[in-house]
Write a protein that binds this ligand. Structure first.
Ligand code: NAP
Length: 282
């Protein structure tokens, strides 16, 4: 009863894969670039590009459950192929962006909503995980911090409840291996609301050195972020951070609420990933 884990180079997918494999469950790692995967010995790999239906049959052969990264292009054909292959349950890594007012018109929200709606309309039993911001988004500050430069932010007081990717993986594995979460829609957050400035203060303590924060204008942030991501996504993120600056982030404390274990803290994530902030060039 193989579980297909898509987007297997991703942080959450890899953690899900490792847990299922360690539990002795048959698992297949699917990636757009399977040659770039490094998976534990004994884990099967497959090429899967959701916009290329010719990749579906081999990836889905013998699969009963799918951990799915959302990609609207080709989703209806993928669901049909999954059903034909005998898939009985999909756990979707969606996003809390689907809950924002105006999600339908927002690039992030509409991307995830399209996949949720396709699954819901298909009747294929599905569990939707809707995480808030990942703790690992702090990697966006690795370059300036490693080089001793100020971190430039348009919204330093944006309050988020960063969730450790491993907590999302724990919940995903519970949804794949147990019955309590199956078919549910779950919003996931970390245990603590932290502004960007407060996240940087945690990183500063962990690294044992000051990190300067420089407030910049929204236009400056648009210009900087636009160098490495599409303009609609930049607009979406900046609008989200502006909104998040108005009030503390809501907490849905994922692992404590759903699994009965304390959530991993942002500090823990920072300690585990400190080397990314100390090595210039990364
Ligand atoms: N970041 C957040 O705050 C956040 C919040 C809520 C929801 N989400 C959702 O969670 C999902 C994962 O988000 P993420 O930002 O953390 O991305 P990620 O998991 O690091 O990567 C996403 C996917 O991009 C592909 N990829 C391309 N180049 C890669 C590389 N060099 N290293 C690793 N993966 C690479 C991988 O798929 P292949 O192996 O198939 O190429 C991977 O699964 C997204 O669908 C996002 O919408 C994110």
């Amino acid at each position: 009863m193989t579980v297909l884990v898509t987007g297997a180079r991703g942080k959450v997918a890899r953690a899900v894969l490792d847990r299922l494999h360690a539990a002795g469950l048959p698992v297949r790692a699917a990636s757009a670039r399977p040659a770039d995967l490094s998976v534990p010995a004994g884990v099967d790999t497959a090429a899967l590009v959701l916009s290329q239906s010719e990749t579906f049959a081999a990836a889905l052969a013998g699969v009963r459950q799918v951990f799915l990264y959302p990609e609207p292009a080709g989703i209806d054909a993928f669901i049909e192929a999954a059903r034909t292959a005998g898939v009985e349950h999909v756990v979707l890594l969606s996003s809390s962006s689907v809950l924002a007012p105006g999600a339908e018109a927002d690039p992030l929200g509409s991307h995830n909503l399209a996949v949720e709606r396709a699954l819901a309309a298909s009747g294929l039993p599905s569990t939707f995980l809707r995480p808030d911001a990942f703790a690992s988004n702090a990697f966006m500050w690795a370059h300036p911090i490693a080089h001793g430069l100020p971190v430039q932010l348009a919204y330093p007081e944006a309050s988020l409840a960063p969730i450790h990717p491993e907590d999302i993986a724990d919940v995903a594995v519970e949804a794949l291996t147990g019955t309590a979460l199956r078919g549910h829609v779950v919003t996931l957050t970390g245990a603590q609301a932290l502004t960007f400035r407060e996240q940087l203060a945690v990183l500063s303590e962990v690294l044992g050195r000051d990190i300067a924060v420089k407030a910049i204008s929204r236009a400056e942030a648009e210009d900087q972020m636009g160098r490495f991501m599409p303009a609609p996504l930049v607009g979406s993120l900046l609008a989200f951070w502006a909104e998040a600056s108005v009030r503390p982030a809501a907490i849905a404390d994922t692992t404590e609420t759903l699994l009965g274990t304390p959530a991993r803290t942002f500090r823990q994530w920072a300690v585990e990933n400190a080397s990314a902030f100390t090595t210039p060039g990364e």
